[in-house]
Ligand binder design. Sequence first.
Ligand code: ADP
Ligand code: ZN
Ligand code: ZN
Length: 821
Amino acid sequence: MRYARIVPDIAARAIDGCFDYAVSPELAETCLVGCCVLVSFGHRDVVGYVVGLADEPAAGVDRARVQPVRSVLAAPSFDEVGARLASWIAREYAAPLAVCLRLMLPPGQTMRVTREEGGDWTLVAERAKAVDDRWVSLTDEGRAFRPRANAKRQQRVIEALGAGPQRVAELSALVPGAGSVVSALLKHGVVAVEHRRRVRGSADAASTLSSARAPRPARLTDGQEAALAAIARAADARVGDVVLVDGVTGSGKTEVYLDAIERELSRGRGAIVLVPEISLTAQTVGRFRSRFGDDVAILHSRLSTGERFDQWDMVREGRAHVVVGARSALFAPLSDVGLVIVDEEHEGSYKQDQAPRYHAREAAAELARLRGSALVLGSATPSLESLERCRRGGWRGVSWTRVEMPERPGAAVLPRVRVVDMRREFAPKNGSIFSRALGDALLGMAERREKAVLLLNRRGFASFLMCRECGCVPTCTHCSTALTYHERTHSLVCHSCGRSWPVRAYPDPSTRCPSCGSRYLAQFGVGTQRVEDELGMLLAGKGVDVIRMDADTTATKGAHTRLLERFDASECAVLVGTQMIAKGLDFPEVTLVGVVNADTTLKLPDFRAAERTHHLLEQVAGRAGRGERPGEVIIQTYWATHPAIAAVATHERAAFEHYELAQRREAYYPPFSRVANVVVGGVSETCVRGRAQAMADAVRREVAAGVGGEAAGSGRAAAGGRAGVANPRGAVGMVLPGLSDVPGMPEVPGMPEVPELPDGWEVLGPSECVKGRVKDRHRWHLIVKAPPEAELGPVLSAAVGSLPADRRTTMAIDVDAYDFM
Ligand code: ADP
Ligand code: ZN
Ligand code: ZN
């Protein structure tokens, strides 16, 4: 008899772990690691995941009482390494194992068992609708058409189309500016554009594109050569060594990835490439597809479920060996992985904001260790954490090497950056949001028929109303969120719960402050609409296409790509947008980048605020001057002397890093410590507070129990015990760790005195969150700081496991947190 170790999909911390089930001879061939199965657990049927197989039940499990696996519901979606990665995430981030294993499942396979009348148990899987693409092809006249000798882009477009029809978006990736070329050729009847139904996951596009070649540079830069050599060494070591490619924007990092992947493919190993969701544009995808054709699978959330499933399945079937995607690509079923690449590794969006709250860069490092791949991190603005690890030369037993690529290839140079101190700009009469410098630069750009990108930095701070007399800001009555003012609809909107209120007559003086009755309500902060309107006025009659890209205009599927295509096709245009325009765009005609308000993110209550602001400004500045014409960057700020802003102007990142590291060391923040944020939520504030206090006490006890330099070690033992093996029958009456306390035991605030914590450990709080209320639920949190090498996750798991269950509150444990609001 074979035995399977199975994790039941019950997302309760109390039942977290594996249990043994017997595999009957009939199921022996199909019940494999990575399978989804149906088992009994207590008195119910549950879905479970097979994470291991053995000839004997685990020690201490009574063979006679082991239950059988009832049926196999789905073929394997992960292997042993996948199972180990899931359990690493569970441990590291204090998340239930079952929830981590769900990461490994095929997209759209909702893990719900249903039974048709009298039928078998089946899994429900979603299927998606088809989508349309714009395809361009040569017409019959087009075949005879000879472009003028100096029309280089036309020549390249026509040459590319010689291989067959192409998607406009992907053509733009091959030939920058292809969009406008296509518009021109269309007028002359040289090409035809049609809408075509896409086979899910764009496999058809890949096959036509596989014949097209990516523009491979004639010569690599010295920096690129050095990076490739370091990556080759790391890949050949096969232990998970890390190479940080620290290259200025436009230095050719993507080219390095492509070449490194090519090398691995030639050795029979595949690659996983993570790109932040918002920079996963058709442009990025096109560059990978054009180099590797249909050997590429794409996985990201803007694809429909069906598309994602098809792409995922291509990997499982071994038809695609390069996976490009957002965080979830990490869990694609690729078994022979030579390279794991994390582009823009500093991006905060790599930190998952729901359970399991893993950081994709850290999970990638673990995956690389487990599979013996090289991990390549790329950024123009690496995180302080990664820089620190490179300075140390290693981290968690593998080597970390930094390779610099300080130059752009060819003629392209870094743009000139000007910081405009808005305090010195005397307010123009019309109250314009553009300084004179930025206004003039925009007009100059229009005259030269070039393109500009305008960033409105507004994460966390949109436009809101404030009373000039008492400072009151209208907030949502269900959340502690300042209401955002929407000019077009004259409404106040809560971005936490989506409720909205009309502002009947703003700025009519009859609108009064809800708190003091004052009539002086003023609008603070600006929105993208306002910028769009002002641009319209500034550039009126100049024939400039103003394109707004923000959450509103990109809400529908494909909108993002369409807006970029329009920007590409325009002869002279301004792209206005929020954070989402800062990354990954490579349009050689962009000669001007403007930042309307650089400092809003500096003031957020978050120790990473300065680092984030600096990254954003560097990134957006990097959009300028990527072609032959030089670029200019104009940054408007009220805080011109802040190192995060000043360092962008001089391209001296070291100055900022030096300043910021000193601040972090002083305040004991990463990379000098680890920080976890534990948020308790619930309807009753008393319950929430009590629970947060109980958790803080439990963490203190747990940490203190490990005194003797072994705090982390004891935490590991405690958590390890929880994931113990038991037989399912036993599970019913088993005394589960964490439930051994009397259920319903009253929480006593101010538990017995807690001994002193070991060095490097701090438990702060509990206190009310900055967003103290969201959707009528109160939120309290505590912050736990630990030494950089401490095992924070297991300690927190043990702490929450030691508390009695509480249905009135929820608890979110965020290890290595990025969001403290
Ligand atoms: P990054 O990812 O660092 O921002 P990219 O890889 O997008 O940079 O490269 C920027 C531009 O430079 C692209 O248009 C790319 O095709 C081009 N490029 C990259 N490497 C070279 C090279 N060695 N020689 C010439 N052009 C190059
Ligand atoms: Zn007031
Ligand atoms: Zn609300």
